[in-house]
Design a protein. Structure first.
Length: 364
């Protein structure tokens, strides 16, 4: 097959058990051992990342750490080092951008790369993917799994097929043979609830979904039905987006003991407001909407927000409005809460602020 048959060359690069892999890289004594990166089991912590050695015992991300230790008592629990993970992520994104400037980060540990412009008679997307894996391993000492395809959706599915340290190539024209046998849950946008509905209709594989008439899919997916029909057939023309606008900055914490005490909750709100303010200051950003998130003892999640005339940035400003929202919530209830969060959205960058200041000056 000629490389010219690739109308697009899209890679999806995904780290293998990112946080745990960084810990095993930095601390050799953890290598080949079941490692769990997460919070303390005595504080209702959860698993943020599980090494492949620990996954053999059924340990998964988001599982309570106490459950993980019951499944594998010899697992080593390591506290997360998010500052380190962010730095490693920055380094790997630099490696990606050494290959192509068209990089779309999805999180700290995964990204899309568009390498279409690099394709020639002598250079193919699979060759570029192999080079990428080698560069990440040699420069950072970590493995990544890469999916290669002509679209983002197929490349992302492919990257998860042969983990860890995998390379899965779906050549142009091979999308349907690749996708159709796979379980329907592999498609992005199908969560547990939708999956249960599909199985009740005997829609178990991607092929089953692709063969459904539009009226059936519309009843399940609503306005998203056409998109689901297309991606189940390997059709996806969405571009790699190199820059995304940050929608919100927030901080939240799970409480050691559920509480309805207004004073305790207020102290936490003020502390979280400080964390959010620190992030805003570092990024030279201000926000016009303050948000409060609360999770009750029964796991009901509540979100309250207030949009204000003047954009906020400093801790006292954020706390003022977050405490107002908290007071309103506590006014008519004696519910206990297990999680609380504070966030800011509706951003202006420093450039926006300069424009605002200029307008205000001219209006004087």
């Amino acid at each position: 097959m000629s490389n010219r048959n690739y109308n697009r060359g899209i890679l999806h690069a995904d780290f293998d058990a990112f946080y745990a892999a960084v810990e095993q890289r930095d601390f050799p004594e953890l290598r080949n051992r079941p490692v769990v990166v997460g919070g303390s089991p005595s504080r209702r912590g959860v698993v943020a990342s599980a090494s492949y050695e620990s996954r053999k015992f059924g340990i998964k991300s988001a599982m309570p750490t106490s459950t993980a230790l019951r499944k594998c008592p010899e697992a080593v629990v390591v506290s997360p080092r998010f500052v380190v993970y962010r730095e490693v992520s920055r380094q790997v994104m630099e490696v990606f951008r050494d290959i192509t400037p068209l990089v779309e980060p999805l999180s700290l540990d995964e990204a899309y790369l568009d390498v279409t412009h690099l394709i020639s008679e002598n250079i193919s997307p699979p060759q570029i993917a192999k080079k990428l894996k080698q560069k990440v391993l040699s420069k950072l000492g970590l493995t990544i799994s890469v999916g290669v395809a002509s679209s983002k959706s197929v490349a992302k599915i492919a990257s998860g097929i042969n983990k860890p340290d995998g390379l899965t190539i779906v050549r142009p024209g091979g999308e349907i043979p690749f996708l159709y046998p796979l379980p329907v849950e592999i498609l992005w946008g199908i969560g547990p609830k939708t999956s249960a509905k599909l199985h009740l209709l005997s829609i178990d594989t991607v092929e089953d979904l692709a063969s459904q008439p539009m009226e059936i899919l519309s009843g399940i997916f609503g306005s998203n039905a056409t998109h689901m029909k297309e991606i189940s057939n390997g059709i996806d023309t969405t571009p790699v987006i190199t820059q995304r606008e940050r929608k919100s900055i927030s901080s939240e914490t799970t409480l050691l003991v559920d509480t309805s005490d207004a004073e305790d909750l207020s102290e936490i709100v003020m502390r979280l407001s400080g964390y959010v303010a620190e992030s805003l200051l570092k990024k030279n950003m201000r926000g016009q909407t303050v948000k409060l998130k609360l999770k009750r003892s029964d796991f009901t999640v509540l979100t309250r927000q207030k949009t204000i005339p003047e954009k906020v940035q400093i801790s006292s400003e954020i706390a003022e409005f977050a405490l107002e929202l908290l007071s309103f919530e506590l006014e008519n209830t004696d519910e206990k809460y297990r999680l609380i969060g504070v966030g800011v959205s509706g951003f202006a960058t420093s450039e926006n602020l300069q424009d605002e200041m200029q307008l205000r000056f001219e209006g004087l």
